[in-house]
Design a protein around this ligand. Structure first.
Ligand code: LLP
Length: 419
């Protein structure tokens, strides 16, 4: 599942002792295992080999250049959601024909830039967006491929913040509205309606919601192909495959493939997948150092130098991340701790009520499964510079993003004369 393992009581990332990295680069620090990322891409590629899908890693999960370069080098494309992500995709030389562009609020500049670069298609989320893409594409004298993101109104049975396929969600176009758009597809003279997109949510543990959603979408495709003389060339099934954070047992890529592939038997279109978390979550950890132990009448707090600004998931979604000591010592007693950061918010709890080996000032800890939606969601709240990121491959490692400095914190700020 991942390449963070104990050897003689010390946590290693691949062949490197994590505490050696921490001592060198300081804490908090994100540390990534190259092998784990690549193996997860490979798991999906193997599971769907028969149908030769296009796998577009959803780079919002972790968009460090070194990570997306690693993934692109495995033959994957990228799912992007902003001009910033397109910029990063270009930087690592991702082929335009392997880029798909999602998101409910693409700006005219972002659309034009992506059309000029020649991306495979836009996942379109509303009628006004469709009209704008048509207009810009016409102005550039191009025929642009679009993929309507349909909202199948299916409950993904996951955290409500990461559910996207229900009727009340801001994402996608409901089937009735999509039907109406396809009925007048010829009005959009600079577009080709060559694909359909569906993404119902994230961290989905079982295949049922997927099967339900895809079955609805297939019936929809049959209907519009027949009625509107359209040929769907790509069906983009989004992301959503779950990672293992604790003791959950999500479907594997192979089990997912086994459940959904029969649905598409005999179909001519190419499948597209946009996995994010599945590829990157298990490949990263956030390493912190214990500042203080604070005991109150009801709690033991381990106050560490990593905080909610570095990893927001526990505060935002009550997400569970395991906490491992970098050095395991069996002779230490165990106590129940809340592992908290220095930020001035009572929500700044990285792990609550955890039975951990006794912690003392100076101990290093790892917050596990932090490779997805970790650094990318970090902020400088409380004027805390964001941590560095380190990539390990075998016995080698390199800082792939420097720790921010106090100077970076105030970059771009000015004090006007009138204050
Ligand atoms: N495709 C689209 C259109 C998406 O919106 C997303 C994620 C993905 C693919 C990738 O989904 P994944 O395979 O990672 O489940 N920050 C939250 C997760 C937000 C997901 C946003 N969209 C978290 O930390 O749990």
């Amino acid at each position: 599942m991942h390449d963070f393992k104990y050897k003689n009581g010390e946590l290693y990332c691949e062949n490197v002792r994590v505490s050696d990295i921490a001592k060198e680069v300081g804490t908090p620090a994100y540390i990534y295992s190259h092998k784990t990322f690549v193996e997860h891409i490979d798991k999906i590629q193997q599971a769907f080999k028969k149908v030769n899908p296009l796998i577009c890693y959803s780079m919002k999960a972790n968009s460090n250049l070194a990570i997306i370069k690693s993934v692109v080098s495995c033959g994957a494309g990228l799912d992007i959601v902003s001009g910033g992500e397109l910029f990063r995709a270009k930087k690592v030389g991702c082929e335009p024909s392997k880029i798909v562009f999602a998101g409910v609020g693409k700006s005219a500049e972002e659309i034009e830039d992506a059309i000029r670069y020649g991306i495979l298609f836009f996942n379109v989320e509303s009628l006004p967006e469709l009209e704008l893409i048509d207009k810009i594409s016409g102005k550039l004298g191009k025929k642009t491929c679009v993929s309507l993101r349909v909202n199948p109104d299916v409950d993904a049975q996951t955290h409500h913040h990461i559910t996207t396929g229900k009727a009340e969600s801001k994402f996608g176009i409901d089937l009735a509205a999509a039907r109406a758009i396809f009925a007048r597809h010829k009005d959009f003279t600079a577009l080709r309606f060559s694909a359909i997109h569906v993404h119902i949510g994230s961290q989905i543990l079982s295949s049922e919601p997927f099967v339900k959603a895809f079955t609805k979408v297939l019936a929809f495709i049959d209907e519009i192909e027949k009625k509107n003389g359209i040929k769907i060339e790509y069906l983009n099934l989004g992301g959503g495959l779950a990672a293992v954070y604790s003791d959950e047992t999500p479907q594997t890529a192979a089990q997912y493939a086994k459940k959904i592939l029969p649905l598409f038997r005999g179909r001519k279109f190419r499948l597209v997948f946009e996995p994010g978390r599945f590829v990157s979550a298990n490949g990263g950890i956030l390493v912190g150092k214990v500042h203080y132990i604070k005991q109150t009448s009801v709690k033991n707090f381990a106050i560490v130098d990593a905080a909610m600004n570095d990893l927001i998931r526990p505060a935002l979604y009550e997400a569970h991340h395991e906490v491992y000591p970098l050095r395991r010592e069996s002779k230490r007693k165990k106590w129940v701790y809340d592992v908290v950061g220095p930020v001035c918010e009572s929500g700044d709890v990285l792990a609550r009520d955890r039975y951990l080996q006794e912690l003392v000032t100076g101990d290093y800890i790892a917050i596990m499964t932090a490779g997805a939606y970790g650094f990318v969601m970090a902020s400088t709240y409380n004027s805390r510079p964001r941590p560095c990121e380190v990539l390990v491959k075998g016995s080698r490692y390199e800082v792939v993003r420097k720790r921010e400095t106090l100077q970076t914190l105030i970059q771009g700020e000015t004090i006007p004369d009138f204050v």
